[in-house]
Every structure is written in C-alpha cells, then in structure tokens.
Write a protein that binds this ligand. Structure first.
Ligand code: ZN
Ligand code: ZN
Length: 372
C-alpha cells in the first residue's frame, strides 16, 4: 500500500468542486463509500448515523460526523487539508445540521448514490424545494481516470494478488474441496498485504461453467479444469482482481481447444487497449474471435470492469459502452468460455491505458497451468 500525501486530496477536491459546478448542482453530499473515500481519504463507517462530506460548488467543504466517529476523522488527509469538521451529538437532529451546512439558496444538491434512503427522503422533507440529483455522474469521470498515485497503489495490489496465484498450485490437489482451497487462498490474500479478502472463486470441473460460482464442498478430481478468480482490498482501499485457470493433470481435449481460443482473444484485447478505442470495440475484439471459433453463446458476460476503490466501477468494457478509452483508465480484461455441465475457463488481467498503449498490472503466465 502507499501513503497518499494530503496534497493529492487537495487536487481531488478541487476537481470535484469544479465538476459539481459544471453539473449545475450547488453542492454534493457524499456518505461513506468509495466516493467519500476518494475525497476524504479515509474509510468511514456505513451506518444509520449520518456521516458525510459536503462539497459545495463554491466555498469550503465541510465534514459532518457523528460525535463518536469524529476521532476517526482526525489526522486523515481531509483534516490535514484544514477542512472544517462539524460533529453532531446523539440527540441532535443530524439532518438539520446538514441543512445548515448546505450553501444558502441551494436549488439542486447531488447526493451520494449510496446515501441511505432514510437520509435522502429525510432531506427531501426538510428541503422540499431543492432538487436532488445523483453524485455518481459527477464523481465517476474523476475516479475513472486513475491519477499517478492511484496507479502505483493498483500496481501494488496487482503484485500482491499475483503472489497469491504463484502459490495456488500448492493447494490444488485431487481430493481437496473447493472450500478448503478457498480458505488457504483467503489466508494468503491477507498475508500478501491485503487488508481484506474481497472474494475467492475456486470453481472446479462442472462448477467452472458458472462465472460467479460460490465455493462448494466438491472434491477436486484429476483432469479437472479449475477457475481461480480472487481479489482483495489493500489497506489504502485499492483493489486487486485476477483470474487464472488451472488443470489438475492433462485436461479434456475439447477444453484445451477452447482454452487456446480464449487465450488468443484475451491477448488480442490486451493488445488493442489504447487511447481512442471505445469500450464497445474492445469488447467486440475478443468476442469476435470467440464467436468465430463457435463459442459465442458460451461467452455470456461483458469483457471487463473498471477497478480502483471498488472492484467493479466505470468504465465497463461492454457492447453498449461507447466511452473512448483515455490514459489512466484501468480495468479488467477477462473473457471466458463456459460449457454448462462440463467445464469453463477465464483469463483476467488488470490493464491501465497509457499515453500510447497500455500496461498490464498482472504478470502471472496466462498459458493453462497444468498441475501434475
Ligand atoms: Zn475477477
Ligand atoms: Zn474482474
């Protein structure tokens, strides 16, 4: 993980204020979650107690916290920037405090996409004349293009999950259950530097045909393909996500055939990710290769998703997203082929768009790893 300097947050706040102004809102109210963390620099507790960062289009931001959570905000980047901290006591009307902190005469307020409904509706009751909008469209263009310090953080997260994949072969053995293997992997995710295990998919044999399979008590058998898709959150909040497919001994002939197709598709997409190409086109490049080989219907999900303070965020690499990729955008390229009742495969890397092309953050070999 890295320590982000307070200056980094000053710049983020400046950009968020400008984006708020340009959106036509008078202020943005962010509650605990990734948007809040992006600007405030710390992870606040999500609860029924109102805790929010008020970012006005003009003027100084204010942090409103429940009194008992005020110590959490001390020493954080947002406090180091000198942002005023206002706390409310248990018997105060927290929404009334928020109303006091909003710019006078505000006509439109952008609220965090994940603000609790009890707070958004409560605020509407207090300010029936004020239009409510979503903060997501203001924040996601900022979060979508990673800043240099964020790329460093995502690179470290990718290296940490690569280190886990480097050990997966030790745990995949005939007779062990998916659940047992997932526990070992979960522990390794923590010991490689992550603060939290976000998800562990160990999908063996026919279970590999389900892209988001939950682990089961199925015991691995010789000849099984195994999809291992794992990710965690680093202490700085940035996520890792990487899939490799393994085989316990030589795989079925048909499997090796479509794995080669999948690898070709994933390689072609990783080659093609560069400034100017649309997300839709990037999706089509892999899908066309898979479709021409006869597996089109077996690749039923989008190619990938952005990654940062969330595992899934903009930009989505999907057929109806005509966003043009630009430098700093960081996302997964993870085509898959799934044969119901038989097996499946997926290969996933995180890539970041550079000035002229892209850099892959994950570096583990992508050829089918056959474990003997
Ligand atoms: Zn994944
Ligand atoms: Zn992913």
């Amino acid at each position: 993980m890295i320590d982000f300097p307070a200056e980094e947050f000053r710049e983020r706040l400046r950009q968020a204020q400008r984006a708020t102004r340009e959106s036509g809102s008078d202020a943005m109210v962010l509650t605990p979650g990734p948007n809040f963390r992006y600007l405030a620099g710390y992870r606040a507790h999500k609860s029924e107690r109102l805790h929010c960062l008020v970012v006005p289009a003009e003027g100084d931001p204010v942090l409103l916290t429940p009194e008992l959570e005020a110590p959490q905000a001390r020493g954080t980047p947002i406090e180091q920037l000198g942002v005023e901290l206002v706390s409310w006591a248990e018997t105060d009307d927290a929404l009334a405090r928020l109303v006091d902190l909003l710019p006078g005469g505000a006509r439109r307020i952008a609220l965090d996409d994940r603000m609790w409904a009890m707070h958004t509706i409560g605020l509407r009751r207090k300010l029936p004349e004020v239009e409510q909008a979503l903060a997501g469209p203001i924040m996601s263009p900022l979060r979508m293009r990673k800043r240099p310090a964020e790329l460093t953080a995502l690179g470290l997260a990718a290296a940490a999950i690569d280190e886990v994949h480097a050990h997966v072969y030790e745990w995949l053995r005939p007779g062990r259950t998916e659940r047992w293997i997932a526990r070992e992997i979960g522990f390794a995710i923590l010991t490689t530097g992550h603060a939290k295990v976000e998800f562990v998919i160990v999908a063996s044999g026919p279970n590999a045909a389900s892209p988001h399979a939950e682990v089961t008590d199925r015991e691995l058998e010789r000849g099984d393909p195994v999809v291992v898709d794992i990710g965690g959150v680093m202490p700085d909040g940035y996520n890792s996500d990487c899939t490799r497919t393994y085989s316990l001994g030589p795989p079925p002939k048909k499997f090796q055939e479509y794995y080669d197709v999948l690898l070709e598709a994933q390689e072609a997409q990783c080659e093609a990710a560069k400034p100017g190409i649309t997300a839709a086109r990037l999706d089509a490049i892999g899908r066309d290769i898979i479709t021409r080989a006869g597996y089109g219907p077996n690749f039923m999900h989008r190619t990938g998703h952005g990654i940062g303070l969330e595992t899934h965020e903009h930009p989505y690499i999907v057929a109806d997203n005509y966003t043009r990729l630009t430098q700093g955008m960081t996302f997964s390229i993870e085509p898959g082929i799934y044969l119901p009742g038989e097996h499946g495969a997926r290969i996933e890397d995180i890539v970041t768009v550079t000035e002229e092309g892209n850099a892959r953050l994950n570096a583990r070999p992508r050829d089918l790893t056959i474990i003997d």
